[in-house]
Design a protein around this ligand. Structure first.
Ligand SMILES: NC(=O)c1ccc[n+]([C@@H]2O[C@H](COP(=O)([O-])OP(=O)(O)OC[C@H]3O[C@@H](n4cnc5c(N)ncnc54)[C@H](OP(=O)(O)O)[C@@H]3O)[C@@H](O)[C@H]2O)c1
Length: 276
């Protein structure tokens, strides 16, 4: 029986994974913003006799303070964490800044994953063999890092924000592995492939049409995409960092995993966080 933490676990791939792990007997803690959806997951679990093994923390992970609270609450629930699965995201066609002053996509898709990945190292180490699964976009060619404008104050575009977020997460994996690798926790970046999910977001009309087309064209169900994640949970890699395209390992030599860029981003992130 493993202890699994899933962000964005009330919809899409995160929910499918949470259900699979719950149904086979793991303890599952889900974090997402909507208390009603969390309650539904708890009720569904109680009806299956799994109520005691399922936990829900309502949280808006676009806020740094909420990530800090969640890290504490996870520590109160689990002494050890075998898998941290990062699936929370929300697409925004229109630029929005959080109450803490961070661009929303940057805050939710990158900063939250930075905080949780580093903040849960201790309970994961205690598990013996554990994995962080950052479900994002390794291997995706589109996008680049806007080093002089990470929060896209100039010329914001929702797709650009999302693709940049994927690249930032690649570098998060590199710097995380450099800091914590070799201690029994493997960092896994995974691109799940086009998957029929809700693809939550606030869209302009053009993007709404594109997203609808993507949903129609996606051949995989959320359950299909959760399968390779379960395999990683069951066999945490010994390597400090692995990148997967669905279930296939991909090279870390494509320029997206540069150690100096990763160290630069880590320094910039710490500086940004210190401004709070
Ligand atoms: N689906 C694809 O084709 C695809 C392709 C490439 C990569 N991915 C990656 O796979 C991961 C999962 O994608 P998905 O398609 O399953 O996503 P999804 O169905 O849109 O679900 C996203 C989850 O994030 C939660 N969330 C939204 N805003 C949040 C906030 N402020 N704080 C905390 N949680 C928040 C949502 O809550 P609610 O349940 O309340 O909506 C939902 O549970 C994402 O990281 C995505 O980048 C997906």
């Amino acid at each position: 029986m493993k202890n699994i933490v899933v962000t964005g676990g009330t919809s899409g791939i995160g929910l499918a994974l949470a259900r699979i792990c719950r149904d086979r007997g793991d303890n599952v803690l889900v974090i997402a913003p909507d208390p009603a959806k969390g309650e539904r997951f708890i009720e569904e679990s109680e009806n299956k006799g799994a109520g005691k093994r399922v936990f829900f923390i309502p949280a808006d992970l676009s806020l740094v303070g909420e990530n800090e609270r969640v890290i504490d609450e996870i520590g109160d629930t689990f002494t050890t964490v075998d898998a941290l699965v990062l699936c929370a995201r929300f697409f925004r066609s229109y630029r929005r800044v959080t109450a803490e002053g961070f661009e929303h996509n940057f805050a939710l898709y990158y900063l939250s994953r930075f905080l949780l990945s580093h903040g849960l190292v201790e309970p994961m180490r205690r598990a013996g063999a554990a994995a962080i699964l950052n479900v994002a976009g390794p291997g995706v060619a589109a996008g680049r890092i806007h080093w002089d404008d990470l929060e896209l104050e100039h010329g914001y575009n929702g797709w650009e924000a999302m693709f940049q977020g994927g690249k930032l997460n690649n570098l998060l994996g590199v710097s995380w592995a450099a800091a914590h690798g070799g201690q029994g926790v493997g960092y896994v970046l995974q691109f799940p492939g086009g998957t029929r999910t809700g693809l939550a977001g606030e869209f302009d009309p053009e993007t709404a049409a594109q997203v609808e087309q993507m949903k129609q064209g996606a051949t995989k169900s959320a359950e299909d995409s959760a399968g390779p994640l379960v395999d990683v949970i069951d066999n945490p890699p010994a390597e400090p960092l692995t990148a997967l395209w669905e279930d296939r390992p991909i090279s870390l030599d494509d320029g997206s995993f540069d150690a100096e860029d990763a160290a630069r981003l880590h320094r910039l992130t710490e500086k940004l966080l210190s401004r709070r």
